[in-house]
Design a protein around this ligand. Structure first.
Ligand code: FES
Length: 159
């Protein structure tokens, strides 16, 4: 399936849920991203209309929150922590191993939309440093071997 093809039934269902709600914009965008995986730029106009805002205001909110993305992401998203606690425990080297395993730089998505690699400032799990998130799961006390096996596990899941 082409990840750039918008499922308008889903978009309209989400928009309908928050239509005319005074503070509905952020939960609407969160739902949209959760359901579609990203916020397609073509949805900004209908979202603005439903929430009675100007499209530039919607765009402004999307740009302000780093959690929102207007680009499709991979099926699996790896977020490597680059916060201080993780940095001290070798986070940079973990990031380099992730780059090598996935053949991606941070902020990139593989051509087949299987993987995205991101960095974050702190995952709030410093006691597990160095830490990352593999989709919604925390993976801590990372080593190069653990990085390899996490990526391998997610590759296997898809075969
Ligand atoms: S610094 Fe990495 S989880 Fe907090």
């Amino acid at each position: 399936m082409d990840p750039k093809k918008i499922n308008w039934n889903t978009v309209n269902r989400v928009i309908e849920k928050y239509k005319d709600m005074k503070w509905g914009l952020i939960p609407l965008l969160q739902d949209l991203q959760e359901e579609i995986g990203y916020i397609p730029p073509d949805t900004i106009e209908p979202v603005a209309k439903a929430t009675k805002l100007h499209p530039s205001e919607v765009q402004g909110v999307i740009s302000f929150y780093s959690g929102f993305s207007t680009q499709p992401k991979g099926k699996h998203v790896f977020k490597v922590c680059c916060g201080t606690a993780c940095h001290v425990k070798g986070g940079k080297s973990i990031l380099n191993h992730m780059r090598a395993e996935l053949d991606l730089n941070e902020g990139e998505t593989s051509d087949d939309y299987q993987f995205s690699l991101e960095t974050v400032a702190c995952l709030g799990a410093c006691f597990l440093a160095p830490t990352m998130m593999a989709d919604k799961e925390y993976v801590g006390r990372l080593t190069p071997q653990k990085v390899k096996s996490v990526v391998k596990h997610h590759r296997k899941e898809d075969t």
